[in-house]
Design a protein around this ligand. Structure first.
Ligand code: SAM
Length: 287
């Protein structure tokens, strides 16, 4: 095999959505890598682990112990500005790029695959479970979901709400909406930046309560909103882990709900099939 044929970026999803999360120290369920993915990790010369579209960070030591090799944690800076470095390396070596969930479960990774293809670097993708399908654990049927939305953290001066139009569209068509919640990891601290220093804010993961609060504000600001504060929504946390939590309650109650450590997502149900309703009753909470 010529060196050119030998080079590739292997994108394998390692840990699915299974993770154990604690407040300050979050580790993945390292056994969730697929057999195929593990073989690739063992064979590749360099292994990167993407760490900003989902949780990881502190599990590096356990991960390296399990894989029996070094893992380079790739934060946003490395993936967005240093992608050339990863791709250049892949011109001459086998490189693995691990993603939590499915590699195509976040738009960011489509870009690296496209760029690798443009550079004639062979890419092999290994799929794994994603929040996009694991959310089925709440009992809502996956084929009855409409477009997925992302809810961003608001600031005092920046409150984008265009995602809400998609929730309304889905709801009008009787479809459920999976709302992925914002993650802020390695965000530069603006005050420090103004003093010419590079400091990062602590990581933040949006909770179901924060998402519900923002949704309530939008609902209150719209006339004839399809979603009402009294509508029951589903809050999910740490899906796939032993501490997974699912709660079905009104949007109003959700704003005061504590479902524990990240990661969290919210589902806005559309029309419910009787079987879906039966399943959801298990998670009913009049909190
Ligand atoms: C940008 S998405 C990345 C999805 C990932 N690539 C995948 O395929 O699962 C990250 C968001 O998905 C949701 N999420 C991911 N894993 C989750 C889990 N285990 N339980 C609940 N929500 C989860 C959270 O809202 C989180 O902020």
């Amino acid at each position: 095999m010529s060196p050119v044929e030998n080079v590739k970026v292997e994108i394998c999803i390692s840990h699915s959505v299974d993770l154990i999360a604690r407040y300050s120290s979050v580790i993945l369920f390292i056994q969730d890598i697929t057999v195929k993915g593990l073989e690739i990790v063992k064979r590749c010369e360099t292994v990167y682990l993407e760490s900003y579209t989902s949780i990881l960070v502190d599990g590096k030591d356990e991960l390296e112990q399990f894989y029996g090799r070094e893992v380079i944690v790739a934060d946003r800076e490395l993936v967005e500005t240093g992608a050339d470095q990863i791709l250049n390396e892949a011109k001459t070596k086998d490189v693995a790029f691990l993603v939590v969930g499915d590699p195509f479960g976040a738009t960011t990774h489509t870009d690296i695959v496209l760029r690798a293809k443009q550079l004639d670097i062979k890419v092999q993708v290994v799929h794994n479970a994603s929040i996009l399908n694991a959310v089925g654990a709440c009992g809502l049927q996956l084929y009855s979901f409409g477009e997925t939305v992302s809810i961003p953290f608001w600031t005092d001066t920046w409150k984008p709400d265009s995602f809400y139009d998609k929730i309304e569209e889905n709801k009008k068509r009787g479809l459920h909406t999976l709302c992925l919640l914002d993650i802020k990891v390695k965000e530069p601290n603006l005050e420090a930046m103004m003093r010419g220093k590079v400091l990062y804010d602590p990581p933040r993961f949006m909770t179901v309560a924060q998402a519900a609060e923002q949704l309530l504000e939008i609902v209150a600001s719209r006339e004839n909103s399809a979603l009402k504060s009294s509508d029951r929504c589903v809050g999910v946390a740490r899906i796939g882990s032993p501490t997974q939590k699912i709660v079905w309650c009104t949007l109003e109650d959700m704003a005061a709900l504590d479902v524990g450590a990240p990661l969290h997502s919210v589902v806005i149900p559309g029309n419910l099939h009787p079987l879906e309703e039966d399943f959801l009753k298990e998670f009913l909470c009049s909190c």
